[in-house]
Design a protein around this ligand. Structure first.
Ligand code: NAP
Ligand code: MG
Length: 402
């Protein structure tokens, strides 16, 4: 069989620990035998980030803007322990944070549903897609540990020197303060990304904040969504037969628990961070979720929603067998390949992505899966496979389909 051709390279961002091991296995077993894989490779492994003073992360984000589609492996966000473990020059920033700031996008996360892995929430019949704003708020904060009594103020100085000043708190003793921000431009692109994604996937869109308490900050999000919806999307939603509605975040949480799924839930940055972990865990495993960052200028970065699975990596290094679920990382590749195929008009590449996803799901539904799923499945006659054998089982299925 001739290998499938590509025209434009994918931006490939390699990563760390166990996911780096899976990355290579996925390429060797599931991609390279079938595709004439074209990628522009960036090593975001912590060692190389440190060697390049993190320039490689910025370069990879720039390349993503240039080519339009990237696929990213999970990476370590350094903390104090990592600084000594890797003997780092600095506690480098989160690569995801750097890339999101550069692309200013919205992250869409949806559970990968398979028969036999049933959501804990019985009424969730269809996937719930989380749309997480990926810029600002607490992820770009400035904080002060207040040492003792004194006055904390919020001050804005305009370019012309005019000042807006508010008292935050008159401290009588020690405490903490935090300054956060967002920009109308970023919120507007978040809103458009959500409306477009809803139209693309023909699903209702819910948006929720805490505007009753945050009467300026959160209210601004609500107003911008409402305004853009009324002016640009109302008619399109009507013809598509889908709905947009706004509600309070606590009301949204209550409704989500009773809903049957099949909609997009747009969340501010922090809400999206925690709610996507809730939705994915309720659907079985962090490894059963897709994640894609969509920027306002139509740039896409696909990744797994989980981390580098450090505990498994140390077992792997000790020569022990691991059973790490590679589904989210496989779906990061298929998402990127399918998008590349769409943009370049390569039907074969799109079909390959569909088949690889189908082969992955069918492998699990036939009872072959990694331990995280084997522990919770309702299927009978299950074989728990190690990391490598699971990928090989998918390959067997894939070969039958091609
Ligand atoms: P993690 O890598 O997501 O793993 C947490 C636990 O979840 C694992 O110990 C494992 O549970 C389970 N798990 C996650 N993914 C799994 C998979 N594919 N297959 C099977 N089990 C899976 O989170 P972490 O241990 O808190 O973080 C490790 C590193 O990842 C950190 O350095 C962090 O900075 C980084 N991180 C990166 C990203 C990213 O790049 N997108 C996201 C989050 C965290 P058991 O141990 O019980 O098997
Ligand atoms: Mg998180």
């Amino acid at each position: 069989m001739d290998k499938i051709k590509m025209t434009t390279p994918l931006v490939e961002m390699d990563g760390d620990e166990m996911t780096r091991i899976l990355w290579e296995m996925i390429k060797d077993e599931l991609l390279l035998p079938f595709i004439d894989l074209k990628t522009e490779y960036y090593d975001l492994g912590l060692k190389y980030r440190d060697e390049t003073d993190d320039k490689v992360t910025i370069d990879s984000a720039e390349a993503t803007k240039k080519y339009g589609v990237a696929v990213k492996c999970a990476t370590i966000t350094p903390n104090a322990a990592r600084v000594s473990e890797y003997n780092l020059k600095e506690m480098w920033k989160s690569p995801n944070g750097t890339i999101r700031a550069a692309l200013d996008g919205t992250v869409f996360r949806a559970p990968i549903q398979v028969k036999g892995i049933d959501p804990c929430v019985k009424n969730w019949e269809k996937p719930i897609t989380l749309a997480r704003h990926a810029y600002g708020d607490v992820y770009k904060n400035t904080e002060i540990k207040v040492p003792g009594a004194g006055k904390a103020e919020l001050v804005f100085t305009g370019e012309d020197g005019t000042e807006i000043r508010r008292t935050i708190h008159e401290f009588t003793g020690s405490g903490v303060i935090q300054g956060i921000h967002n920009t109308d431009k970023s919120i507007e692109s978040f809103a458009r990304a959500c409306f477009n994604y809803a139209l693309d996937t023909k699903q209702d869109l819910w948006f929720a904040t805490k505007d009753t308490i945050s009467k300026v900050y959160d209210h601004n999000f609500k107003d911008i969504f409402e305004d853009i919806f009324e002016r640009e999307y109302k008619d399109k939603f009507e013809s598509a037969g889908i709905e947009y509605f706004y509600t309070l975040i606590d009301d949204a949480v209550a409704r989500v628990m009773k809903a049957e799924g099949g909609f997009i839930w747009a969340c501010k940055n922090y809400d999206g961070d925690v709610m996507s972990d809730m939705v994915s865990s309720a659907c079985g495993s962090l490894a059963m979720m897709t994640s894609v960052l969509v920027s306002p200028d139509g740039v896409y970065e696909y990744e797994a929603a989980h981390g580098t699975v450090q505990r498994h990596y140390y077992k792997h290094l000790a020569g022990e067998e691991t059973s790490t679920n590679s589904v989210a990382t496989i779906f990061a590749w298929t998402g990127a390949l399918r998008k590349r195929g769409e943009l370049d008009g390569l039907k074969e590449l799109q079909e390959f992505a569909d088949k690889l996803e189908k082969a992955t799901i069918e492998t699990i539904e036939s009872g072959k899966m990694t331990k995280d799923l084997a522990n919770i499945t309702s299927l009978k006659d299950v074989t728990a496979l190690n990391s490598e054998d699971f990928i090989k089982a998918i390959r067997e299925n894939l070969e039958k389909m091609l």
